[in-house]
Design a protein around this ligand. Structure first.
Ligand code: XIL
Length: 383
């Protein structure tokens, strides 16, 4: 049995006596990774600054609480392979070294996506579009080179990211336009050739919506029908305070498990600011106005909102632990609120509070809520 958990009372005493002898909270907080049900990895996405060791606030949190890491940006095509004949591996090498040194399950994100991919991937030297064979060759080279370099060291890959529309049909990306529908299978095939031991995932958002989830499960069936390896389906888990409903998370995890693959929550955060479809629009003036109207907590999150966020995280984690046989990993998309991408999405320049640690690296009520749910789940299963 791994570390047993601490009853809440004991924890309270420990915190009080630790404070008396000048230890910080961070030294005595229960580690999330040790509280999690057996087999459930607790992961976090690292920025380049963090895997380079330059974020002194984040580092002790990462090493204490997490047993899996995902590269937030540095393994995306535009960063690792910015030009046809040029790869940039140094930051990714440091990221993989970091995970290896701390004995973490390392996730590579992502091999094929329609975003953060140079436009030149799809065009020849004269700027005209390339054809299927040429693009397949580029995809093969990319995947063989990147996955091959980290063979045996990166343990799982988000092979294809966000290939689906909301109705579950395939997104009409350049990949699909030029390669045709089997491009997903090709990416999985190349990844498996490059590292036969690596786990391979399909990753997308909004799989709590039945129609989109059906599309993801269709992809899984098609890969399996071709005899290809697929280990898991990732739902990003970029969620809001009031969406999605726990019942929909429950259905998603149940259906992914029933499809014979593991479920991964790959990019979890909970946006506390208002969202609106119009925020995604191109109208800059409208976006500026939205920022002004919706940047509700520029100085601090009010106590009531902290409690709301904590309750929301508790509800979410209750669903995860209820499905802990089919959920292999829950990864948070960032360490502290300071570096969350949600400070800049969908509108740049707002102050957001989506994670478990505040800007100073202090655990929020949401941290304690998650720790409590994990702890209770271990107690239940131990009885
Ligand atoms: C985001 C990163 O967090 C940002 O730093 C970057 O500017 C844009 O991409 N879905 C994904 C992630 O699969 O790769 C995205 O990460 C967030 C949405």
């Amino acid at each position: 049995m791994r570390n047993r958990t601490w009853p809440a009372l004991l924890l309270g005493c420990a915190l009080a006596s630790a404070a008396a002898i000048g230890m910080s909270d961070a030294d005595v907080l229960p580690a999330l990774k040790a509280l999690a049900p057996r087999g459930l990895l607790i992961g976090v996405a690292l920025s380049q600054a963090q895997s380079d060791g330059k974020d002194a606030v984040a580092l002790p949190i990462v090493t204490r609480h997490f047993n899996s890491i995902t590269a937030e940006n540095i393994l995306k095509w535009e960063n690792v392979h910015p030009e046809t004949d040029r790869f940039v591996f140094e930051p990714a090498d440091r990221f993989v070294d970091f995970g290896g040194k701390h004995d973490m399950f390392i996730v590579g994100h992502t091999l094929l996506w329609h975003q953060q991919t140079p436009a030149s991937v799809f065009t020849g030297p004269d700027g005209s579009p390339i054809g299927r064979e040429a693009l397949l060759a580029r995809l093969r080279t990319h995947i063989q080179t990147v996955v091959g370099r980290y063979r045996g060291r990166v343990h799982g890959w988000d092979v294809v990211n966000e290939a689906l529309e909301e109705d579950g049909t395939l997104r009409n990306s350049k990949w699909r336009q030029i390669l045709g529908e089997d491009y997903i299978a090709k990416a999985f095939e190349f990844a498996h050739q490059a590292d036969p031991d690596a786990e391979l995932y399909y990753n997308d958002f909004n799989l709590t919506k039945a129609a989109k989830r059906a599309g993801a499960l269709r992809i899984v069936r098609q890969l399996k029908a071709r005899g290809l390896r697929v280990d898991g389906v990732g739902d990003q888990g970029h969620w809001l305070l009031a969406w999605p409903a726990p019942e929909d998370i429950d259905s998603m995890l149940a259906e992914i498990g029933a499809a014979g693959v593991k479920a991964h929550i790959t990019e979890l955060d909970v946006d506390v600011l208002p969202r609106d479809e119009r925020m995604y629009g191109a109208d800059l003036d409208a976006r500026k106005a939205f920022r002004a109207e919706t940047n509700l907590y520029p100085d601090a999150l009010p106590a009531g909102k902290h409690q709301e966020l904590a309750a929301r995280y508790a509800d979410i984690f209750k669903v995860f632990v209820a499905h802990s046989r089919s959920v292999a990993r829950v990864t948070f998309w960032g360490v502290t609120d300071r570096t969350s991408w949600l400070n800049n999405f969908p509108i740049p320049g707002r102050v957001n509070y989506p994670l478990l640690w505040d800007r100073a690296g202090q655990p929020k009520p949401a941290f304690h809520a998650v720790a409590r749910v994990l702890e209770e789940s271990r107690r239940d299963t131990a009885e």
